[in-house]
Design a protein around this ligand. Structure first.
Ligand code: NDP
Length: 426
């Protein structure tokens, strides 16, 4: 199959979005997307994850909080007693967490932003949903509000790190409650999709594909508006605490604040690229459940290249002037493979170098986040190691799905772009 030249990108065409009549939905896609595939070890695997992950979080937090990062015996009853007392959910932590989530929801509902069409959703017979992408305005509003609250002493940001244990428990409990509420509401409304019939598996994977509250897509909201923003505030809270205790902010702490700021900023400024991803059209919301600058640039531009390519083809591309707009985020005259069923597979830019180079960049960032803390404890390395497992599993799931969806065209793509993570190596 020969490489083809795509219609000129918006950047090369005075920001006009060329519309190409690409049939991006058909019966074959519908069949693939509705197939029940047992992931994560099936019902037993997800049950173990639902119990094991919170337990592991408490264990790691206990080691950091009470033993300066030393790994203690998980069979020590005294240790679990300390965790129980230290992380018991308090009314104060509940108020903090719930008010934060409600504030973010309020912003997601009311802040201005462009409305972007998602990719065709198979379960909705190819319907394209509208997404209000006000991530950037909401992010800036959150920063300004928190600075005012902190400056006037109405809510000191150090409260976050001071209440970390109880906050973690509130987050775990609310994850369970929201999972149950959405699950049973979906069943009552008859909106369930791709159900396996195994309660624990369906609870973990979710029942509904695109849960919404008014025009707010709860899946997209939960994916970027809560966890990443919270992560940034945990870092900034720790940095202020360090300054208050020692009179300085260490280089590693400053690195983490910058890293987390850039990560949330990248999610917010590129939010309009999310509606066309497979997270939105295929994955259900799993509620229960990123060398810094170079990695960020690769991840940012690789995600932009593919998603903007797809948006241009779909006619949903809108030029954004959010900060920072990196060069090479929109490809000029990209090459692609036109699949039998109509979808186009990009073969230029980062996508002509390796099929998942943005995953590699994300993993480099995750390791940088660990290395910056040094080697006094192995705990900061849990996230990058866990992330390797998550992304390698995600690659195999995605490759399997694309092979089924695109057949020989996918084989051709793999031939043209043989490497997955690192060109010339793997
Ligand atoms: P991708 O961005 O690789 O999206 C995969 C999908 O894109 C495929 O299913 C296919 O969908 C389409 N596609 C694949 N190849 C091409 C191509 N050459 N041209 C056009 N379309 C193509 O994966 P993710 O959505 O998983 O990742 C997005 C980002 O999110 C990455 O940077 C990743 O690291 C990050 N991520 C972070 C996580 C975290 O917890 N920190 C977790 C997961 C992801 P289609 O069916 O439409 O053709």
């Amino acid at each position: 199959m020969a490489k083809k030249q795509a219609p000129k990108s918006a950047e090369s065409d005075n920001d006009k979005s060329p519309k190409v009549n690409t049939p991006t939905f058909n019966k074959h896609y519908e069949k693939i997307d509705s197939e029940i595939v047992f992931e994560f070890g099936g019902p037993w695997g997800v049950t173990a994850m639902m119990i094991g992950f919170p337990t592991l979080m408490y264990y790691l937090w206990g080691c950091l909080q009470f033993y300066r990062g030393k790994l203690v015996s998980p069979f020590d009853i005294q240790f679990w007693n300390q965790i129980f007392k230290g992380a018991f959910p308090t009314w104060y932590a509940t108020k903090m967490y719930v008010l934060f989530c409600l504030f973010e929801l309020f912003l997601a509902y009311f802040m201005p932003g462009p409305i972007v069409k998602g990719a065709p959703v198979s379960s909705l017979k190819g319907k394209r949903l509208d997404y209000l992408c006000n991530g950037v305005t909401s992010w800036y509003a959150t920063i300004v509000t928190s600075l005012i609250l902190h400056y006037y002493g109405w809510f000191r940001l150090t409260e976050i790190i001071d209440n970390f244990g109880p906050l973690m428990s509130v987050a775990v409990v609310s994850g369970v409650v929201i999972t149950l509420v959405i699950y049973f509401t979906t069943i009552m409304q008859g909106n369930q999709y791709r159900m396996s019939g195994y309660l624990m598996y369906d609870l973990f994977m979710g029942a509904v594909l695109n849960p919404r509250l008014g025009h707010v897509d709860l899946k997209m909201f939960a994916e970027i508006r809560i966890p990443w923003v919270l992560l940034f505030y945990i870092s900034i809270s720790a940095a202020i605490k360090e300054y208050e205790l020692f009179g300085y902010v260490s280089a590693s702490m400053a690195f983490m604040v910058l890293a987390h700021f850039l990560y949330v900023n990248a999610c917010a400024k590129g939010e309009e690229c999310i509606p066309t991803t497979w997270d939105m059209t295929y994955e259900k919301p799993i509620i229960f459940g990123k060398q810094l600058i170079s990695s960020l640039v690769i991840a940012d531009t690789a995600n932009s290249q593919k998603n903007r390519f797809r948006m241009i083809i779909n006619g949903s591309y809108i030029p954004r002037y959010t900060f920072p707009q990196l060069p090479w985020g929109t490809l000029k005259n990209p090459t692609y493979i036109k699949t039998k069923s109509g979808n186009l597979l990009l073969t230029s830019g980062w996508w002509g170098i390796a099929r998942k180079i943005h995953y590699t960049a994300d993993l480099m960032m995750a390791f940088a986040w660990g290395f910056i803390t040094g080697f006094n404890t192995v705990i900061p390395y849990f996230y990058p190691v866990f992330f390797v497992a998550v992304l390698t599993h995600r690659v195999s799931r995605d490759m399997e799905r694309c092979a089924k969806k695109y057949g020989k065209d996918w084989e051709e793509y793999c031939k043209q772009v043989p490497y997955i993570f690192i060109p010339g190596i793997y």
